[in-house]
Design a binder for this molecule. Structure first.
Ligand SMILES: Nc1ncnc2c1ncn2[C@@H]1O[C@H](COP(=O)(O)OP(=O)(O)OP(=O)(O)O)[C@@H](O)[C@H]1O
Ligand SMILES: [Mg+2]
Length: 290
């Protein structure tokens, strides 16, 4: 196995409780992310997913533990880790191209204006926005704005892309086509990605590994699920694969039941947060044939 690009080690977040004491949102989170991997984090609302992503981005500090990159603890934001938020977070007075160019010029202050613009055009084209370069965010649809956000994040060519439910505000059709594009781009460029989602199908389409987080407080990583669908999976056809339902049912069962009962389930049993179980859901017949 290659060396992790980024390593989450013993991460915990606690807040003081009103009236004394403290609440532990999550604790003992360990997660290595390897170069070129697409990792999705799934868990119920409030378990601490955004907090973990913000710590990875350097926008928040953990109470305990650390995120290690290149052997060093991260101490703040970096252009090596680009974030795509749920909302598009574009600057409203700038055009699509200028929004991307603003980020690219911060990354490459030595580049000429024309070189920056050419670089931006390449990434806007990649997300199929070539005709909309000179439009301001108010003139773009929700899906187009989110595409500009994606182009901006990709254009700085980060070592790691961090996405917090990037498609959740979009209608189903736009979401489907954008997910397909993001998968194509990330696969082609071997982009390392950490993404949060509530959507099981989205995780199954995009992720190589799906990390399951239990409900808070004291949320933990229960297990890591390997995606058993083939690498050439597409949104319109992946449900026909024999591994689709075993994988989907496993994830759904976790969200519906095991995310709540995990603490009781492991009581008295060994649980090592550094080595959580890795599961590969396949049809029962396939298991029987082994
Ligand atoms: N300043 C604060 N004081 C106390 N608790 C806080 C504070 N900020 C966040 N929290 C708690 O931390 C927990 C984790 O929040 P976070 O936004 O990371 O959850 P999430 O898993 O991303 O949820 P969602 O799926 O709804 O986006 C929440 O339960 C929230 O109530
Ligand atoms: Mg969140």
């Amino acid at each position: 196995m290659t060396k992790p690009l980024i390593s989450v080690e013993a991460l915990a977040k606690r807040y003081p409780k009103r009236g004394g004491g403290e609440t532990t949102v999550f604790e003992d989170i360990w997660l290595p992310i390897h170069p070129g991997e697409f990792v999705c984090l799934i868990g119920h609302s409030g378990c601490g997913k955004t907090t973990i992503l913000n710590v990875l981005a350097g926008l928040d500090r953990p109470t305990d533990g650390a995120v290690i990159v290149d052997g060093r603890e991260i101490s703040g934001p970096s252009l090596d880790r680009a974030v795509i938020f749920q909302g598009h977070s574009l600057l409203p007075w700038m055009t699509a191209l200028e929004n991307v160019a603003f980020a690219v010029s911060s990354r490459h202050p030595e580049w000429s204006r024309e070189k920056v613009r050419e670089h931006c055009r390449f990434y806007l084209n990649l997300v199929h926005l070539s005709g909309a370069e000179d439009k301001k965010p108010s003139e773009l649809s929700g899906g187009m704005k989110q595409r500009v956000g994606i182009a901006r994040a990709l254009a700085i060519e980060p070592k790691m892309l961090l996405m917090d439910e990037p498609f959740s505000a979009l209608d189903a059709l736009t979401r489907g086509s954008l997910q397909d594009e993001v998968r194509r781009i990330c696969t082609e460029t071997r982009q390392t990605v950490f993404m949060i989602t509530h959507d099981i199908d989205e995780a199954m389409l995009l992720a190589d590994r799906i990390v399951l987080m239990t409900n808070g407080p004291q949320a933990k990583i229960a297990e890591v699920v390997e995606n058993t669908l083939p690498p050439d999976r597409r949104p319109a056809t992946m449900h026909k694969h024999p591994n689709y339902y075993p994988l989907r049912n496993h994830l759904l069962d976790f969200l519906v039941t095991r995310s709540k009962t995990f603490a009781q389930d492991i009581a008295g049993k060994p649980y090592d947060p550094r080595k959580v179980p890795v599961v590969r859901p396949v049809p029962a017949e396939a298991l029987a044939a082994v």
